[in-house]
Design a protein around this ligand. Sequence first.
Ligand SMILES: Cc1cc2nc3c(=O)[nH]c(=O)nc-3n(C[C@H](O)[C@H](O)[C@H](O)COP(=O)(O)OP(=O)(O)OC[C@H]3O[C@@H](n4cnc5c(N)ncnc54)[C@H](O)[C@@H]3O)c2cc1C
Length: 394
Amino acid sequence: MDLKKMNNHYDIIITGGGCAGLSLAYKISKQQKLNNLKVLIIEKEEKKKNDRTWCFWTTENLVFNEVISKSWGKLQFSSGYFDKTFDIKPFQYHKIEAKDFYPFVKGEISKNKNNHLLQDTVHSIDCENGIYQVKTGQKTYTSKLVFNSILDIKNLKSSLKKNQTLLNQHFKGWKIKTENICFDSNSFQMFDFDIPQNKEVRFVYILPESSTKALIEFTIFSKKPLIDNEYDHFLKKYISKKLNIDSYIVEEVEKGEIPMTDFKFRRIEKNGVHNIGIKGGMSKASSGYTFYNIQKDSSKIAESLCLNKILNPYQVERYTIPERFRIYDSMILDIMENKGEYISKVFSTLFQKNSIHKILKFLNNKTSFLEDLKIMSSVPSYPFIKAFLKKKLL
Ligand SMILES: Cc1cc2nc3c(=O)[nH]c(=O)nc-3n(C[C@H](O)[C@H](O)[C@H](O)COP(=O)(O)OP(=O)(O)OC[C@H]3O[C@@H](n4cnc5c(N)ncnc54)[C@H](O)[C@@H]3O)c2cc1C
């Protein structure tokens, strides 16, 4: 049977057309050598909502420059113990909104007639004699290569080992427009820990778009989300009491959850399916930052496909989150889970005693081991040693 002649057969199938699925399809479509490949992306949603605001910091020029809607060169940190605004240049903190990202990327992908975007729900992915069968409600599609970004949280919970942690980063944000000038649009607030911690990790994150517009997000790292009006109640109080803003309208709402875990996601499943995105371990366990790693990963996958190669999990770790950073994240997660209120002190010391450039490099998993040691010796070590021993990390 000539698979190529079957109209439901593709060279590559990408399941889940969110950030990772679309990024990978985009990077493949930008490689001339891969232009003849038939690529199918299966996504269950229409992807028209502004369901995410992605931010990341870098000194590099990234491919999605076209959809970066705002960049900041200054970062604010507040905790009550330590408050400072840092100049982060040559880094820039960039913002991309889903409402710009999805149509732009889909438009670029659709320029190549070999790419097909299908709105359907994937029910199963099976492999027989080296051929994958991806079943949706309607049809079965086949391919020799599948990249999967569909994460099943229930499955993740039941697969956790005893010494692994799963926290939920849950947040709700209001994009507000104020009557008067209220914000410095050159700097964003990465953390305002100066709010009641409730034995958890709680902070406010502020992205000012202009002097009268900002996204203000109440973020918690804990086991369970709050009920909806608890976020609203907090945001209302924070905006009036802390920011002293009385006159404003809420233009948009962003609500989300990100799993934060030291679970070892498999890059390659036993049946050979390649996992990408959060499912492929691209999320930093202690912060939930994922976008930057997804971009690195999808570029590298497309480059390796040009060379007819498949990256092994160790190569992937090296350019995304090397093993030692996974160990640090695992310790921080344990402290977040068991002594959440302590995190604001750890971060205050971190920001107080180290250069901002080193911190941003460290949080992006880019520092050398020697730099890591210097950074780690600047914060109280006891809770980290305790977490290290408890989790039996080596
Ligand atoms: C609100 C929000 C804000 C975030 N902000 C940031 C940020 O500022 N910086 C950062 O680095 N990270 C951020 N993240 C984390 C991370 O970057 C995003 O979650 C990112 O979208 C992860 O990409 P992904 O492809 O793994 O998952 P997704 O983007 O969620 O893509 C998975 C896709 O699979 C689809 N799908 C699920 N089940 C099926 C099925 N059965 N069949 C077909 N399709 C299916 C889903 O509809 C979804 O589109 C944020 C996350 C959220 C939720």
